[in-house]
Ligand binder design. Structure first.
Ligand code: WQD
Length: 339
């Protein structure tokens, strides 16, 4: 298939583009490179031997997006593009609602105009909010995120469900990621956050390469085995493979369907640190800090539905995530900026 990957120069998008090409699909990446680097395109070509077509557009520019579809209409779309920093969304809610919802409305409008009805949407486990208890299942009822970023995902899921209900031609896969970690085994692509990382493992890796002094662990007094927060960390290549499995499923279904992409296994912050110390071969200095506002004690996936309906299951463990993440960071200490 010809697949348009919005945000395809980003962390998860680039890994998904590699898997799509390796599975024989043709990929066009639409990206404004606001939070990603054009170097990624060269790296995708080095890994796969194929250079994806690039549409350097902002999805808020509906005319530019229409031209992309008019020039080379895709068979399906995987939609990653959007703002994703939880803390930033609390400070800038209007920018997050306007961008994440506005880009999605433009995209589905242009898809309709070009008779493209197969869409995979990048959602997040954050939609489960703090009202449900883990393991989270897709039919667990009311979704309610605890920050504007997460609320954009809740609202877009609602928009897509209503669209699929109104127009039966649509086949939409909503993928709720847990905590993506690691990098492609080549070490050529990986997570490269701009500024100080919000997430745990890029922060650990930047301490390891000397860009940051020490890790702050946000609380060790949670009701968990070792007192630190537990999350469902999933290898980014497992996540990419989950997207391709969902895309292929959409060829045989209609309507909107949500699937968790996780491992079903919670891991604590201290256990993540230990796994990364083993991969890196040296200790990661850390100090215990107060809890971070909005953090849950535990979050992990019920993976039953993705296993049964997509025939997909994550296979890589935290050791592989640490090993592959360290290879990327040690070979690219300054991320893509150093390329
Ligand atoms: C993981 C654990 C922290 C950083 C977020 C978003 C979610 C999704 C994934 C987009 C927690 C602890 C972290 C640090 C720490 N993103 N931690 N020190 O919060 O589970 O999920 O990223 O979809 O929407 O909410 O991930 O990596 O920030 O935190 O102790 O410097 O590591 O308390 O227990 P989180 P995270």
């Amino acid at each position: 298939m010809h697949v348009l990957v919005t945000g395809g120069a980003g962390y998860i998008g680039s890994h998904t583009a590699v898997t799509l090409i390796e599975r024989g699909h043709r990929v066009t990446i639409a990206d404004n490179f606001d939070n990603s680097s054009p170097v990624v395109v060269d790296r995708i070509e080095r890994i796969t031997g194929t250079r994806p077509t690039i549409a350097a557009v902002d999805l808020l520019n509906k005319e530019a997006l229409t031209n992309v579809f008019a020039a080379d209409t895709p068979d399906a779309v995987i939609h990653f593009a959007g703002l994703k920093a939880v803390g930033e969304s609390v400070a800038q809610p209007l920018r997050y609602y306007a961008t994440n919802i506005g880009t999605t409305l433009n995209l589905v409008d242009v898809m309709r105009e070009h008779n493209v009805h197969r869409l995979v949407f990048s959602s997040s486990a954050t939609v489960y909010g703090d009202e449900q208890q883990p393991p989270y299942s897709e039919d667990g009822g009311h979704l309610n995120a605890t920050n504007p970023y997460g609320q954009t995902k809740v609202m877009i899921e609602r928009i897509l469900a209503d669209l699929a209900h109104a127009e039966p031609d649509w086949s939409i896969g909503i993928l709720r990621y847990f905590n993506p970690v690691g990098a492609h085994e080549s070490g050529l692509i990986g997570e490269d956050p701009h500024g100080i990382p919000n997430n745990l493992t890029p922060y650990i890796l930047q301490v390891a390469v000397g860009r940051l002094n020490e890790l702050g662990i946000f609380g060790n007094d949670y009701p968990t085995a070792d007192g630190t927060g537990e999350r469902d960390y999933i290898h980014v290549v497992d996540l990419a493979e989950g997207h391709v499995a969902a895309l292929e499923k959409l060829a045989t279904t209609t309507g909107a369907h949500a699937w968790n992409l996780g491992t079903g296994t919670p891991t604590s912050v201290l256990d993540v640190v230990a796994a990364f110390e083993k991969a890196i071969g040296k200790p990661i200095p850390y100090s215990i800090k107060p809890r971070r506002a909005g953090d849950l004690p535990q979050s992990w996936a019920d993976t039953t539905r993705a296993e049964q309906e997509l025939g997909w299951k994550a296979t890589r463990d935290i050791t592989a995530m640490a090993r592959d993440g360290w290879r990327w960071q040690s070979e690219n200490p300054d991320g893509y900026a150093g390329a």
